[in-house]
Every structure is written in C-alpha cells, then in structure tokens.
Design a protein around this ligand. Structure first.
Ligand SMILES: O=P(O)(O)OC[C@H]1O[C@H](O[C@H]2O[C@H](CO)[C@@H](O)[C@H](O)[C@H]2O)[C@H](O)[C@@H](O)[C@@H]1O
Length: 359
C-alpha cells in the first residue's frame, strides 16, 4: 500500500493514454509539467472546449450507426468495422463463456452509465430494482466489485448490496464487503480489505471543493460533487456558451494545486490527486486481495462506459486475461474487447452469466 502512496505522475494520465483529454501538447513526466499542461492558457482552452463538446451526446465523435435509409456507405463501414473489433458481449456470449470456462470469474462493474443510465442530476442516478437483482445474482456466484468515480459511500447508497467490494473515487477508496457473501475469502478477510492510497490529499480536496463551490456559484447549472478523494464539476446543465468560462474558472483554482490533475468524463470535469493510481490499479489490487494476482485460472470481467474505465481495460489487455466490455451506443476509441449498448444490455449480460453458471 505505502509504495503506491507516493505522489508521482501516472504513466498515462493526461498524456499518451488512449483517451487523453485534453489532447497531448507536452511530453510531461513530472507533477510540474502536468500542472503546466493545465495552465497553458488560451491555446489549451481550445482543446478543453473541444473535448468538453465531444463528451456531449449532442456532439458525436464518429459517424452515427446507420439508419435503414439515407446514410452513406462510409458511415456503415466505420460502424461495422468497430463492431467487428468490439463485438456485442451478448451476441458473443458463447465465446465469452467458453473463454471463462474452468476459470474463476471476478466481476468488476462501473456505476454511472453502466448500472444506471446517464441522467441530468447526478443525485438521481438511481439503479433499477431489476438491475440490483441482476448484480445480486452475479455476486452470488462470483466475487463482484463496483468501481466508480463516485465517493464510496455515495455509490454504496445507490447500489445497496453489502456483499460487494466497493472501489470509490476512481479506485482510490477500496473496501471489502460488509456482509458475508459467497466469496473466495473468509468473511473476516473479505471485510478487512481496505485501500486508500490518496488519504494525504483529503484536506487539499476539501479546500479545492470549497473554492470550486464558490467559483461555480456564478455559473447557472454548474454543480460541484465531492467524491471524497476526487471532485467532479458537472457542466451537463450549463449553457454551452459558458463552458469555456467554467473550464477557465476550474483551471484558475487548480493553478495553486499542482498535485491535483484535471481530466474529463461525460459532461464533467474531474479533479483527482496526481498519484499512480486509477481504476486499473484498483482492479489489480482487488485481484491481489482475493488471492488471484498471479493465477492463470482467473477471468476478470470489467464493464464500464467512460474514459477512466480504459485504465482497467488496459490492465486486462496487459494481463492477457478476462474481458473488457465497453458500454456505448457509438463506436469509440477503446481498449475493451467487447461492447454492450446500454445499461439494459448490461443487465441482460449479467443475467445470462448467472443462467450459464446455474446450468
Ligand atoms: O466511474 P463512474 O461510476 O462512471 O462515475 C463517473 C462520474 O459519474 C457521475 O457523473 C456522470 O453521471 C451523471 C448521472 O447520470 C451525469 O449527470 C454526469 O453528466 C456524468 O458525468 C458522477 O456524478 C461523477 O461524480 C462521477 O465522476
């Protein structure tokens, strides 16, 4: 644990990762250079604005899926090629099940956009009872973790299943199940799982939260969310003409905090400590805690919809194990192997997994 606590720049944070936002302009490998990246001024503002627009469903990154009439062949080819590279995990369920056969499945689930649909108000991103049943079913068979950008307590309050592992704050706050479950570990060992590699940042995050709340008060629709070790500044309900001003205000606050990193999710700016820790590290930590670190007979499945989930897909690729599944209706640049279109399909996949484990 302590070896991960050092403040170092993530190898692939902000620069050079699959989804790098803003687009890389510097080859920074130190906290200072990363801070500089947030600070490049007007030229950089353009790229922030571009990426903010790209994160909106109103601004598609790539060509739309082809409707029955009217679209060009080029659009169709792009979509088909993407689906060939990232086939539906439901359509290819047989292949996933065959690859997992004889192995210990460990399930990792992102929350927003994966278990609950994206909605305007982050406080109302509830998951349905059917989805809760599907997750409960999976957790009866396999160790199951929720890996979210949300604070751990907040995501627990949405999911409300005590038998799961929870990794909140983009994996920086990991805790084992609070209730006995059908897991690999003895109940007391499972309950003792805990990892908080960014705890030294708590006071700083509190300070920045307060500063951002004060700044955002003048921007109608902006919302600052405290995710304990990370912060989110939502702009989904902010008029698009004000996005540039919002990003500039956030960057102004962060100028005094070079040990914090600004990244972007779905209509949200995210602020997190510059440590070498992300959802991929959380996945590795949990596999280790479960005793699967060096095992060949483990099959981790990670399902997520956002840029931060790419860190976990990358780890699975690196291990040459398991299956990364991107939740998206549109082709996106991703390291996931499979795709599902929306939370409904995620629910279908989870149910299918349970059915196939029972048969
Ligand atoms: O890792 P996740 O569980 O996917 O969390 C990432 C962020 O999700 C939430 O924001 C997103 O969902 C909201 C509710 O649907 C939506 O309004 C927002 O636009 C999305 O970005 C959450 O509120 C953030 O704090 C998380 O960082």
């Amino acid at each position: 644990m302590t070896k991960h606590g050092a403040v170092v720049v993530p190898e692939d944070a902000a620069v050079g990762r699959h989804f790098s936002f803003p687009p890389p302009r510097t080859g920074g490998d130190s906290c200072k250079k990363l801070a500089g990246q947030v600070d490049l001024g007007a030229a950089m503002m353009g790229s922030w604005l571009d990426s903010m627009k790209a994160s909106s469903p109103r601004h598609r990154l790539v060509a739309p899926r082809v409707a029955a009439t009217g679209s060009s062949d080029a659009d169709e080819t792009e979509d088909d090629v993407w689906m060939e590279k990232h086939p539906s995990a439901l359509g290819s369920f047989g292949a996933v099940a065959a690859a997992a056969s004889g192995k210990q499945v460990v399930m990792f689930l992102d929350y927003d956009g994966t278990l609950s649909p994206i909605v305007e108000d982050p406080d109302r991103a509830v998951m349905t009872e059917e989805m809760r049943d599907a997750v409960r079913g999976v957790a009866e068979h396999f160790p199951t973790a929720i890996v979210s950008g949300r604070g751990r307590d907040k995501v627990f309050n949405f999911v409300r299943l005590e038998e799961l592992y929870y990794a909140g704050s983009h994996g920086m706050d990991i805790k084992g199940p609070t209730a006995d479950s059908n897991h690999h570990l003895t109940p007391s060992k499972a309950k003792s799982v805990l990892c908080q590699p960014a705890s030294e940042f708590l006071p700083m995050i509190g300070e920045v939260h307060d500063a951002l709340v004060a700044k955002m008060a003048s921007i109608p629709g902006a919302k600052v969310e405290n995710n304990k070790f990370c912060l989110s500044v939502h702009f989904r309900c902010v008029e698009e003409k004000t996005w540039g001003a919002l990003a500039e205000q956030v960057r102004a606050v962060l100028r005094d905090y070079p040990r914090l990193l600004l990244t972007q999710g779905r209509m949200v700016l995210e602020i997190r400590p510059v440590i070498k820790w992300d959802k991929g590290r959380a996945l590795e930590f949990l596999l280790g805690a479960l005793g699967f670190a060096d095992r060949d007979d483990v099959f981790p499945i990670y399902i997520g919809d956002d840029r931060t989930d790419e860190d976990a897909f990358k780890v699975l690729r690196g291990r040459g194990q398991g299956a990364g599944i991107l939740v998206s209706k549109f082709p996106k640049d991703t390291l996931a192997s499979f795709s599902l279109r929306d939370p409904d399909e995620v629910k279908g996949f989870l149910r299918q997994l349970v059915r196939s484990s029972n048969s």
